[in-house]
Design a protein around this ligand. Structure first.
Ligand SMILES: [Fe+2]
Length: 343
């Protein structure tokens, strides 16, 4: 009993200390635009100690000074036309479940252009991500081939998706503010390793680069049970929805067996889909990729956020911008604040 009370007191003390540290480092971030390692660690610790409640509280404070643009008509993007009522349904689903698949796909022409680009562009492979390699499906050297983010934002087809008004509005609604485009990611997953790879994020984990964010995923080839579908646990993004004992392990990857007893079987989602399928997810949900049995998987992912506090990434340098993208960035300062357009 005495140890229990002692531990509880220690917990309360640590939380208070971390809150103080976070407040100090967050105010330094507002001045400098850079997050200190101590500030980021305080965010991670507070997420775990409060089971996500701290992030929600901070996010609410943040968005008060960044109200969202009013959208009062249906919007048309690369997935087609989305009515206001559909935006509302998507947002309700995202809030409740942390995940929402789209009913429509991105047009096949754009998907095939990006897919063909991915067969020719440089990638970096695990474990060192040091040497540039073009993906060769007949000569695998890694379980994961990551594209360089700066290359992705210089691709005018990907720029089209970055500007997509439907995707932006989904992020706007979910975050309740004008979103910032945080980063793109794209990677091939392969059959190189036979077991689950930590590098390829094939063990359950939650992301925590930011205070609050939304990710949108696009499958660029058909994804079946064979070639590494994304998996997640619905509803596990909500404050208080993770087992505290697992959060007490810190920001680490968790074996399946530690999660299956805690969540109902129907909350474990496996996302298969044809090329062009899109889904949005708050990756505070436990999620992972599945080790591949055959074939390969090419995924494009965007992250949208309410604040850049968290992991420090360099701004993107864009030399190859379409005229439309240049104009878009000039008209959307907050959203495009991570892009440095050259010439
Ligand atoms: Fe992740």
């Amino acid at each position: 009993m005495r140890t229990l009370i002692y531990n509880l007191r220690q917990r309360i003390k640590t939380k208070a200390k971390n809150k103080e540290l976070f407040a100090k480092e967050f105010s330094a971030f507002k001045q400098k635009g850079v997050t200190s390692p101590e500030g980021y660690k305080a965010l991670l610790d507070l997420y775990c100690a409060t089971n996500g409640k701290f992030n929600e509280k901070m996010h609410k404070e943040l968005i008060a000074s960044n109200p969202p643009k009013k959208v009062s008509t249906a919007l048309t993007g690369l997935t087609g036309k989305t009515e206001l009522s559909e935006f509302d349904t998507i947002n309700k689903t995202l809030n409740k479940e942390g995940y929402c698949p789209f009913g429509t796909k991105i047009n096949a022409e754009l998907i095939s252009k990006i897919y063909n680009y991915a067969l020719k562009a440089n990638t970096l492979t695990a474990p060192l991500y040091a040497k540039k390699t073009v993906y060769d499906p007949n000569n695998l050297v890694s379980e994961i081939y990551r594209f360089e983010q700066n290359d992705l934002v210089n691709n005018t087809d990907i720029q089209q998706l970055i500007m997509d008004p439907v995707l932006i509005n989904i992020a706007r609604n979910y975050l309740g503010c004008e979103p910032i485009f945080d980063f793109p990611a794209m990677w091939w997953s392969t059959t190189f390793l036979k077991e689950a790879s930590g590098e390829a994020a094939q063990l359950y984990h939650f992301d925590l680069d930011r205070i609050k964010w939304l990710k949108i995923f696009v499958y660029l080839n058909d994804v079946t049970l064979e070639n590494g579908p994304h998996r997640l646990i619905k509803g596990s993004h909500l404050p208080g929805a993770k087992p505290q004992a697992l959060l007490d392990r810190g920001y680490v990857r968790i074996p399946d067996e530690d999660l299956v007893n805690h969540y109902a079987a129907e909350n474990f989602v496996v996302v298969t889909g044809k090329a062009g399928s899109v889904f949005a997810e708050d990756t505070k949900c436990w999620h992972k990729g599945t080790p591949l049995i055959s074939g390969h998987r090419l995924v494009l992912e965007f992250e949208y956020t309410s604040s850049m506090f968290g992991v420090n990434y360099p701004k993107f340098e864009i030399e190859n911008a379409s005229e439309e993208f240049k104009e878009f960035c000039a008209n959307n300062n907050t959203y495009a604040s991570n892009f440095k357009l050259k010439n």
